[in-house]
Design a binder for this molecule. Structure first.
Ligand code: GDP
Ligand code: MG
Length: 310
């Protein structure tokens, strides 16, 4: 896709900028000594790649380049290659199985992570492929949440099953499933609430939704996607931990990579949870959702240009 790499690079520029200037400053007229390595490790930690990964990457760099003259670009290319290799197995495409009709996708994540927006963006991509898509507005807790999903429904031409605020979310999901089956929809997105303040209530509700889905379609939901706001940095770890203890999270979507200096968190997350990353959000517009490509991400993170993706 034209401009794809530029968009990711621009998105990650806030994460990359301190790394680029930091490493540049460190290595000007200086060999890669012990102090420089410590400082480089700190820069990686500040980009939120995680302490374990930061120290592993720095150790690998030391092994090859210690006491040698290296340029900032060499160091960043070295890291980008290592990071890309780590991420490659997790950069997957979310496959919609046409045998599952509807293919049920449950979207989970804390308030403000980007669930509703991402549903809208994903729906547009699926509609462009000719699929029939509908939404269940199961975030019945906030009136604004239902309205927001309806706006995305109109924008993408997807029917939305909703009920007044405070309605039972699981009951609504049951109705939405029935309707999606009757209409022969290919995909049903279930938007859920994310109020972590009352964790046990929320988690009970999610589990109840899953039980209700299984009453109609035993092998559904076919995907449980956790949406994460990349700007929260290391907090993303506890969020994935909490949600995956409650529901069978099958993959991640990272949003707001365009507005963060913590874009490296994706590296640490995959290392810890070994979950596929299907998509990344790089803006608020409908087409600001991109497949996660390990190479491009790693290069962008290191402020490098991807010549081979042109
Ligand atoms: N910059 C940016 N903003 C995003 C992205 N994804 C979502 N948002 C914004 O984040 C806010 C919360 O998103 P929303 O979908 O309502 O989150 P939800 O509470 O999880 O449903 C909204 O203002 C969205 O426009 C993204 O990738 N980049
Ligand atoms: Mg929402």
């Amino acid at each position: 896709m034209a401009g794809w790499f530029e968009r990711i690079k621009q998105g990650l520029s806030r994460t990359a900028a301190p790394l680029v200037t930091g490493i540049e400053n460190l290595l000007t007229k200086r060999k890669l000594d012990k102090d420089a390595l410590t400082d480089i490790e700190d820069l990686l930690i500040m980009a939120d790649v995680g302490t374990k990964t930061a120290s592993a990457l720095t150790a690998e760099l030391a092994k090859e380049k210690f006491d040698k003259e290296v340029t900032s670009e060499e160091v960043r290319t070295f890291f980008a290659d290592k990071i890309a290799a780590k991420l490659e197995p997790f950069a997957q495409e979310l496959k919609i199985d046409p045998a599952k009709k509807p293919f049920v996708i449950l979207m989970a994540g804390v308030n403000g992570a980007g669930k509703t927006t991402t549903i809208g963006k994903m729906a547009q991509q699926l509609k462009d492929k000719g699929l029939k898509v509908s939404f269940a507005a199961a975030d019945t807790f906030r009136a604004a949440a239902v309205e927001q999903l309806k706006v995305w429904g109109e924008r993408t031409g997807c029917p939305v099953v909703s009920k007044p605020t405070g309605a039972d979310a699981a009951g609504l999901v049951f109705d939405a499933l029935t309707q999606a089956r009757q209409n022969g929809d290919d995909v049903l997105f279930i938007d859920t609430a994310g109020r972590l303040q009352n964790r046990s209530e929320l988690m009970d509700e999610l589990q109840k939704i899953i039980r209700i889905i299984k009453k109609q379609i035993p092998d559904a939901p076919h995907a449980c996607l956790q949406v994460l706001d990349a700007t929260v940095g290391q907090n993303a770890h506890s969020q994935v931990k909490i949600f995956s203890e409650t529901i069978p999270v099958s993959g991640l979507i990272l949003t707001k990579l365009d507005g963060t200096a913590k874009g490296g968190v994706l590296v640490a997350l995959t290392e810890e949870f070994k979950l596929p990353v299907y998509l990344i959000g790089v803006g608020e517009q409908i087409d600001d959702l991109r497949p996660f490509k390990a190479q491009d991400y790693a290069k962008s993170l290191m402020g490098l240009t991807a010549k081979e993706t042109l």
